[in-house]
Write a protein that binds this ligand. Structure first.
Ligand code: 5AD
Ligand code: SF4
Length: 455
């Protein structure tokens, strides 16, 4: 019966895509990578076919990032290259989706680069209709933000396919309004996805051979759906199988709770690695950034992590040259870094984003050359901390999950430790998806080297 129904439906409603080929290019964070997989799923359901070759595409979607000005500049550069492709294929449809679409909306249609579709992060279900509009010669635009959309029941089409590690989006949007950040404006208010759909998606990944899931959200600690909070969700996913590793990103320091640390410590398959963006080590700057914690609070949370999990790696994000940052504030960031001893960090120059609180109320008064100098000091310090953190691994026994072949040699594999450090080692007869026990024998600032330990 149900098959007949489908046939009848299809004959009444021809699929909009009609086999046209879709190419998608993704910039920015992991949330965007996850969104692109949802977009491909939505478009495939409407009859589009995904292609990995931009040259054969009938429709190109660029999933964009607005977090810093240089991210947007790269995308403008990419858009002007699209003009060349369009000359070769006049029927080509080009769409801008994601944060930059949300931020600039109609301005993108007015640009000379020839954009046909503009869709914000909550408008992806509308993409087939927008594509149809564009194919009819009009512009398709939808930048409406939603209070509910989580794409909960859509099964992402895995594009980043090492077949071992996958991302599962658990919430969307952000309510924190850090004063420098454009995300609450481009991705809307925070909403959590139904936990059962999350567990089902993680289980499907496991059944398809995946061995690690990373639960994703702007601030996973504030996840809540009905009675289920983030620590409970972590436990539910960890219970799928002891062979499935669980990671998460990103935590806000103000909400990282002991309940979460306790769950992390309890399950061996929850990875011992926490990304805890500090942004600055200066209380003055943290206040202006609206981070809602102090340096002392942050350090107490670091101490709590170490109490529950002495072996946990801690990584961070840092911003150099925020509005009014003095030399003393900058020195406080360097001293925080030393005090915590981060395993690694993402480090940025402050980039003013139009419409944010800091753009409206503070002056972007640190000269670019000075921002660069401070950033370089932060990077140099982090390099030495990363080396120290890697050197401390030498001699230890670590279990890695094999992700693939090493970039340098086919005879070697690479895999991550629970602490999220990449280790390169001789292949023997192992393959991606295996757990392998290694002794760490050496390191560079970015990679560890190991030897297989026979068990
Ligand atoms: N300028 C520089 N860095 C920023 N980030 C967010 N907004 C800005 C900005 N306007 C950084 C923060 C955040 C990471 C994702 O990007 O460090 O944690
Ligand atoms: Fe931006 Fe702060 Fe939300 Fe992170 S927590 S996305 S930095 S507003």
């Amino acid at each position: 019966m149900s098959i007949l129904k489908t046939v009848a439906n299809n004959s009444l409603r021809p699929l909009k895509g009609e086999g046209k080929k879709l190419f998608i290019e993704t910039y920015g964070c992991q949330m965007n990578a996850g969104d692109s997989e949802i977009v491909v799923s939505i478009m495939q359901q409407e009859g589009y076919r995904y292609t990995e070759s931009i040259d054969e595409a009938d429709i190109i979607l660029i999933n964009t990032c607005s977090i810093r000005d240089n991210a947007e500049q790269r995308i403008w550069g990419r858009l002007s290259e699209m003009r060349r492709l369009r000359k070769r294929k006049p029927s080509l449809i080009v769409g801008i989706i994601g944060c930059m679409a949300e931020r600039l909306n109609e301005q993108l249609l007015e640009s000379e680069c020839g954009v046909d579709i503009v869709a914000g992060p909550d408008a992806y279900r509308d993409l087939p209709t927008l594509a149809r509009t564009a194919e009819g010669g009009d512009k398709g635009i939808n930048v409406e933000l939603s209070k509910e959309e989580t794409y909960a029941e859509i099964a992402p089409v895995r594009l980043d396919k090492n077949g071992v590690t996958g991302f599962v989006s658990i919430m969307r949007g952000c309510n924190n309004y850090c004063s420098y950040c454009v995300v609450p404006y481009t991705r809307g208010i925070e909403r959590s996805r139904d936990p059962h759909t999350i567990v089902a998606e993680a289980r499907t990944l496991f059944e398809n051979g995946y061995r690690e899931v990373t639960l994703l959200g702007q601030n996973v600690n504030s996840y809540r759906s009905g009675d289920v909070d983030f620590p409970e969700l972590m436990a539910m996913v960890a219970e799928i199988s002891p062979l499935l590793r669980v990671r998460f990103a990103t935590s806000h320091p103000k909400d990282i709770s002991d309940a979460l640390l306790e769950v992390m410590a309890r399950y061996d398959n929850i990875c011992k690695s926490i990304h805890l963006p500090a942004q600055s080590g200066s209380n003055e700057m943290l206040k202006k950034m609206n981070r809602k914690y102090t340096r002392e609070w942050y350090l107490e949370r670091i101490a709590a992590i170490r109490r529950y999990m002495p072996d946990c790696a801690i990584t961070t994000d840092l911003i150099a040259g925020f509005c009014g940052e003095t030399e003393e504030d900058h020195a406080q960031t360097l001293s925080l870094m030393r005090e915590v001893g981060y395993a690694s960090a993402f480090m940025f120059k402050y980039s003013e984003r139009p419409g944010t609180f800091s753009a409206r109320h503070f002056e972007d008064d640190i000269e670019d050359g000075e921002k660069t100098r401070r950033l370089n000091e932060i990077i140099a310090l982090q390099n030495s901390l990363s080396v120290a953190s890697n050197e401390a691994e030498i001699g230890k026994l670590r279990e890695v999950l094999v992700e693939g072949t090493s970039k340098r040699s086919d005879a070697q594999l690479c895999g991550r430790t629970s602490q999220n450090k990449m280790v390169v080692f001789d292949r023997h007869d192992h393959q991606p998806g295996d757990y392998v026990m290694l002794r760490i024998t050496g390191c560079s600032s970015a990679t560890l080297f190991g030897e297989v330990v026979e068990q």
